[in-house]
Design a protein around this ligand. Structure first.
Ligand code: G4P
Length: 539
């Protein structure tokens, strides 16, 4: 493949994630997008991937969903000559860490908001992560077929609660029972709502002039007049769409629709492929890497264990950052300083995976792994690069993990080690006595770990409660030696190492954390494992 063809392949890729609070309609929207790509035949293919509410102890369910989630981790399809890769982000809050990691591999996101519920808790957390990374965001306000908040009020709420700066590119004509249609501000056409079958692809009607009486005929005089007033208001209040501002993360276009009725989805998809970024450059510790460079590089953002407990192999998901990834070619695993070849790399198409010979920047390949990879690892054609930006966040729940079968301690250690590499949870080892503490985002993970240790590694464990408020990564780079020595002596009971060997302070309450910070001002504490040394503390 010559350089020109390669660049063309890069330029036609759009890799993104859909984020939302559970139930806002992410799964429904994903399915409708796949429908446009002709990528799914049956509805419900994506739906099955959802962790059902309250399914905390149904292990068969967890196993079944782990299987499906391999298939739906990346949903790729072609639309209008564009190769679209949707990276699945679990909506369940217990898997928030997984979602944060996936966000390191996307080039943009679509934020789905329920018109009746407005901005919700998970939306806030996820948008915050995207804002920190300046990820371009498009907002889709869903469920317009239901009564909800007024469009202007909702956009206000989004600006205030999410700290975004929005501008609508489409606008609803009524809502709920009175939903007449969607006016596409960008394209100046109208899409009439018929409430028809969700599989139907709606036809749009061009309106060259909003004052044309044709509009009154289509939606009724009153709705037409309201729309004219509202569009005037939109014009007065919101900034004109500017692609550069959107790409820099400074402006977020808004679309309205109903995923369930497949309404407004085409406007969203067409808008998306027109404005969303092609694969973006990525920072490595050494330098900024451009996607169109000819040497291959990529990083692991997700590891999925094999479903068959007898085969310990796993699938490592690599986001390709630059160059072409080729089957059977040797690539350098930077952390292990070792060359590896992959004979059957998987690429993902809709809900199936296939072996591919070549993949391009923006694409995700799944590599069979027998234990070489950890989340965050970099693979290159030879150059030493370390991609940044897959931090761990402080877990919310902490428990001691104990071995319940002394004959199986090796199996337990191996199992814990591998599950942590997969990013299921975080492991902390207390400095004082070597006891192991597992930290997770949600309570569900403890049960998943126990179940998988037993079924995949033949090891048994039990937990013991531990009162920890937050894990704080300790930055001692500018600490006064006498302060640091005293801190280590006084707090020895609460000090541990994470898996990378970084020092972590397990604070038992926010009060004790505050007191510690006051007593040792030269030591910085962070709720996140990756920080610039001596940066202002995040705590
Ligand atoms: P999620 O992935 O963000 O968690 O949400 P999901 O798509 O599963 O949607 C949550 C619920 O909202 C589903 O109903 C879905 O049918 C409904 N929904 C999605 N989009 C729209 C829309 O545009 N309008 C309306 N009225 N409803 C919508 P459910 O009853 O929980 O599930 P199901 O029984 O329909 O499968």
């Amino acid at each position: 493949m010559n350089k020109k063809q390669f660049e063309k392949e890069v330029a036609r890729r759009r890799t993104f994630g859909i984020i939302s609070h559970p139930d806002a309609g992410k799964t429904t929207l994903t399915e409708k997008l796949l429908l446009y790509g002709g990528a799914i035949q049956e509805a419900g293919a994506v739906k099955n991937n959802k962790i059902k509410k309250g399914a905390t102890s149904d292990f068969m369910e967890i196993e079944r969903q782990r299987g499906i989630s391999v298939a739906t981790s990346v949903l790729a399809f072609e639309y209008d000559g564009i190769k679209i890769n949707i990276l699945d982000t679990p909506g369940h809050k217990d898997f928030a860490e997984d979602t944060f990691r996936t966000l390191t591999a996307v080039d943009s996101v679509i934020v789905v908001i329920d018109v009746a519920k407005g901005v919700e808790e998970q939306t806030k957390k996820l948008v915050e992560v995207c804002r920190m990374r300046n990820i371009p965001m498009i907002v889709f306000i869903n469920k317009m077929d239901r009564e909800g908040k007024d469009a202007f009020d909702l956009m206000d709420e989004i600006e205030q609660m999410l700290g975004l700066r929005v501008t609508p590119l489409s606008f609803p004509i009524g809502m709920g029972y009175d939903l007449k249609g969607i006016y596409n501000i960008h394209k100046q056409n109208i899409n009439l709502f018929t409430g028809a079958s969700s599989k139907e692809i709606h036809k749009t009607k061009a309106i060259s002039d909003i004052n044309d009486t044709e509009l009154d005929k289509l939606v009724g005089e009153q709705a037409a007049s309201t729309l004219r007033d509202e569009l005037e208001l939109v014009d007065g209040i919101y900034p004109a769409f500017d692609r550069k501002e959107y790409l820099d993360g400074d402006l977020q276009p808004v679309f309205f629709g109903s995923a369930l009725h497949n309404f407004g989805v085409k406007e969203l998809l067409d808008g998306f492929i027109e404005i969303a970024p092609e694969p973006r450059p990525k920072k490595a510790e050494e330098r900024l890497v451009e996607p169109k460079e000819d040497q291959f590089s990529g990083f692991v953002f997700k590891i999925h264990a094999n479903m068959d407990p007898k085969h310990r192999d796993r699938l490592a998901f690599i986001k390709i950052v630059s160059g072409v990834f080729e089957r059977n070619k040797a690539y350098k695993h930077i952390r292990l300083d070792k060359n590896l070849k992959f004979s059957s790399p998987n690429a993902f198409f809709a809900e199936k995976k296939e072996i591919v010979d070549e993949s391009f920047p923006g694409d995700i390949v799944g590599l069979h792994d027998t234990g070489n990879f950890k989340i965050g690892d970099t693979l290159t054609s030879g150059e030493t690069l370390h991609y940044k930006g897959i931090p761990s966040f402080s877990p919310e729940h902490f428990r001691y993990i104990n071995n319940s079968d002394p004959m199986k301690s090796k199996q337990l250690a191996k199992g814990i080690d591998q599950l942590m590499d997969e990013g299921v949870a975080q492991l902390f080892t207390l400095e004082l006595n070597g006891r192991k503490v597992i930290g997770t985002v949600g309570a569900l993970q403890f049960e998943v770990i126990q179940y998988r240790l037993e079924h995949e590694y033949g090891a048994k464990c039990s937990y013991e409660n531990l009162n920890v408020h937050k894990a704080c990564w300790v930055d001692e780079s500018v600490a006064k030696p006498e302060e640091f020595t005293d801190f280590k002596r006084v707090k020895s009971k609460f000090l541990c190492k994470d898996k990378r060997g970084q020092l972590v302070f397990l604070a038992d309450s926010s009060f004790s954390l505050q007191m510690t910070q006051q007593k040792y001002p030269s030591i910085k504490f962070h709720f996140i494992s990756e920080f610039e040394p001596a940066a202002e503390a995040l705590v």
